[in-house]
Design a protein around this ligand. Structure first.
Ligand SMILES: Cc1ncc(COP(=O)(O)O)c(C=O)c1O
Length: 394
């Protein structure tokens, strides 16, 4: 019923089931960006003429909208970035050096693994990984053991696994981490498309956000930084619009968030992202959660009709993504065939090679939903999968 808001679906018969990779954009998001380029294209925080002031007002308005959306306590806690990858890299290089150990989970995306390797942290040498059980659930006992053994720890975990849809209990992770004096960053790339996030209620220290996975434009994201950490956060890059005063002896920087947003930002993208958040408010998380639960359950039920299907987790505590393999078939082959039948999904390791290796597989077939998906999409998928299987098994 919401597909009508998304121009991508207007003339397309594609069952778009790759929302974990990126979501489609509603018309209002596209319009907001076009309007900026067509009607008031000017740089922000610099010039003082009408269109420049309007661009600055709307850009800063977007910050306020995001701040309220996630219930941050101040605008200075919201720093715009290119996306979750940049947000994590920013915090990794500008904050984490004083922490002896970084603790991640077994379900991390490469964006929350490689930045730690770039610092020379490897397993047992500044990097620890919380185990998961056979249902991919976070092992809280192991986590607590790691926290007690590593007094100066920085915890960086995903909220929702992009590969398997598994939801981590962030509130409990944060509660335990804080009990041991650790600081917590959440990779929220997959969160806002599916569920309400309240950073004060979760009590997280950092929360990384991706616009393009939240019905917004590509190349935009943000990092929420709890106020008490702002003074310890160093700029990741500097330049235009970050400074108060410069001479050849030195520079004084502005306060957050401006000191962290060097150079001309993705102004149209940020304005478009605000529209995506307004659109989510209009749809309502209650609706989103109800629809998704229903379609996700239907997806699971229909997939179970397929003989020899192998899952890696049940659908308890999961949302969005459902990953599987079909015994005897190569996931890439299935992906190529269903693409020809107008099914958009992802096959492969989903930028999560370590967990694939742990499961002894090269990758999976991943169906990832958003609230605009419906039973018709799932029926098309099942038909295509059955056809592909019969072609490959013949
Ligand atoms: C869990 C997770 N973390 C990080 C990323 C990277 O996000 P971005 O594309 O905003 O850099 C992704 C993208 O697939 C993801 O799913």
């Amino acid at each position: 019923m919401f597909k009508k808001d998304f121009p991508y679906f207007k003339n397309s018969e594609i069952a778009y089931l790759d929302n974990g990779a990126t979501t489609q954009k509603p018309q209002c998001v596209i319009d907001a960006q076009v309007e900026y380029y067509e009607k008031y294209c000017a740089n922000t925080h610099r010039s003082n003429f009408g269109d420049a002031n309007k661009a600055t007002t709307n850009y800063e308005g977007a910050r306020k909208i995001l701040k309220e959306f996630i219930n941050a306590s101040g605008n200075e806690e919201i720093i715009f970035t290119k996306g979750v990858s940049e947000s994590i890299n920013f915090i990794a290089s500008s904050f984490v050096s004083k922490y002896e150990t970084v603790i991640i989970s077994s379900l991390e995306h490469h964006s929350n693994i490689v930045p730690w390797h770039m610092q020379g942290r490897t397993i047992g040498k500044g990097l620890e990984v919380v185990k998961c059980d056979e249902n991919l659930s976070f092992d809280f006992d192991h986590f607590e053991k790691l926290l007690s053994q590593n007094k100066n720890a920085f915890v960086s975990v995903t909220h929702i696994s992009n590969a398997f849809g598994k939801i981590h209990d962030i509130k409990e992770i944060t509660r335990l981490a804080h009990k041991y004096g650790a600081v917590v960053m959440i990779d929220g790339a997959q969160s806002l498309a599916h569920m309400k996030v309240d950073v004060q209620d979760l009590d997280v220290d950092f929360f990384a956000i991706s616009a393009h996975k939240t019905f917004g434009p590509t190349g935009v994201g943000a990092i929420y930084v709890k106020k008490e950490h702002l003074a310890d956060l160093l700029p990741y890059q500097t330049g235009g619009a970050t400074i108060h005063e410069v001479d050849y002896h030195g520079s004084t920087l502005l306060d957050s968030p401006y000191m962290f947003e060097a150079g001309t930002q993705n102004i149209a993208g940020v304005i478009g992202f605000a529209q995506a958040l307004e659109y989510i408010k209009h749809v309502g998380y209650e609706n989103i959660e109800t629809i998704e639960k229903d379609v996700y359950t239907y997806l699971d039920k229909r997939l179970r009709e397929i003989p020899d299907i192998e899952f890696y987790n049940d659908i308890e505590d999961s949302v969005g993504s459902r990953s599987f393999n079909i015994k005897g078939l190569i996931h890439d082959d299935v992906g190529i065939l269903v693409d020809k039948m107008k099914i958009a999904l992802r096959v492969g390791h989903h930028c999560a090679q370590p967990i694939m290796k742990q499961l002894g597989i090269k990758g999976t077939i991943r169906v990832s939903l958003a609230f605009y998906n419906n039973y018709t999409d799932i029926d098309k998928l099942i038909l295509a999968l059955k056809k592909a299987i019969s072609m490959l098994k013949d």
